[in-house]
Design a protein. Structure first.
Length: 333
């Protein structure tokens, strides 16, 4: 069944004590026990990063996060609110509210797409003009864990139903292109494929965007919440194993991965374009980055945070939510 004409990728990122982070370049080893090979020469002294700027305080458990075109949006679990702030600064604006918390956003040039994850589905999939206005429900959903959009379709995963679905951005009846998945979570869009993570089996899947059958790309991993597809690789975090890894996006991967960073403290959400990765470590209370192609090792950006969760990028800015700390931050990246 057709799911729309493929379009170019819209990136919507699409989360205590200092973490023990391995430095050095990417390991050429694979497998669950992969380790780093230290660089042959010492890494250069890193340039100090600017002090992070506090954007909002006293937030009711900020969670979902998206940024783009000079704006940043976040949700607060405690009161069901959605907030908007211009990159130029100012006071956060209450953008919308709903009776259930939002765990995942997506952005395109004109709209913010909002999903919900409460105790009593179904929930609306909202499409809200970025300049503000009345939300439009383009579909009804279960408990959504991940969402992405392209030029014509929204794609999302439902934790409770085990479905992976799509719908026209203009609204309509959702099409379930994968069913009976064991806790599908993160999802990523590519011009001709949709990729997603199935946490219950430690697998990654993909399906052609026009029509086809779901294809398992890899399996044998643990606690995978989020993924990004870039430069021919699937990049992902293993929260419990504390690793940032990548595998070939074309398939044939069974329990093997290139480990890019390890010793991370509960990393869950990240942003990656194939050149640089940024993530938050919930257990370590820190935010860090890895210049993947530079081979200079992991670089800490912020520490002393209380449950940092999601991260997002817009131009020169890196944003993150501090879930238990009730704050939203940014720094130059």
């Amino acid at each position: 069944m057709s799911r729309g004409v493929p379009h170019l990728l819209v990136v919507c990122a699409m989360a205590g004590a200092a973490a023990s982070i391995v430095s050095g370049g990417c390991s050429s080893s694979s497998g669950a026990g992969a380790t780093f090979t230290p660089p042959a020469t010492a890494s250069p002294t890193p340039t100090p990063f600017p002090t992070p700027a506090l954007l909002a305080n006293g937030q009711a458990s900020p969670f979902a996060l998206a940024a783009g075109n000079g704006e940043v949006f976040w949700s607060t679990e405690g009161d069901g609110a959605i907030w908007r702030l211009l990159a130029a600064g100012g006071t956060p604006m209450a953008f919308a509210t709903y009776a259930a918390p939002s765990h995942a956003f997506a952005l395109d040039a004109g709209y913010l797409y909002v999903t919900f994850n409460g105790a009593t589905p179904p929930f609306p999939l909202w499409k809200i003009p970025r300049a503000g206005g009345t939300p439009t429900a383009i579909a009804q959903t279960g408990r959504v864990e991940g969402i992405t959009v392209d030029g014509s379709q929204a794609y999302w995963t439902e934790r409770d139903t085990g479905n992976v679905l799509s719908v026209s951005l203009g609204g309509g009846t959702p099409f379930a292109f994968a069913t009976a998945q064991a806790v599908p979570l993160g999802i990523a869009d590519q011009p001709f494929w949709t990729y997603w993570a199935e946490q219950g089996t430690g697998s990654f899947w993909r399906e052609p965007k026009i029509s086809g059958t779901p294809e398992r790309v890899a399996q044998g991993f643990t606690t995978i919440f989020s993924l990004t597809v870039a430069s021919g690789y699937i990049y992902f975090l293993e929260e419990n194993n504390g690793r940032l890894c990548r595998i070939a996006a074309g398939g044939g991967n069974v329990g093997s991965a290139e480990v890019l960073a390890q010793g991370l403290a509960q990393p869950r959400y990240f942003w990656c374009d194939g050149t640089t990765a940024y993530w938050a470590e919930r257990g370590g209370g820190s935010v860090a980055r890895l210049p993947i192609t530079a081979g200079t090792g992991v670089e800490p950006l912020a520490s002393g945070l209380n449950d940092p969760l999601q991260v997002a990028i817009d131009g020169s800015w890196l944003y993150w939510t501090e879930h238990q700390g009730a704050r939203v931050w940014r720094t130059l990246r």
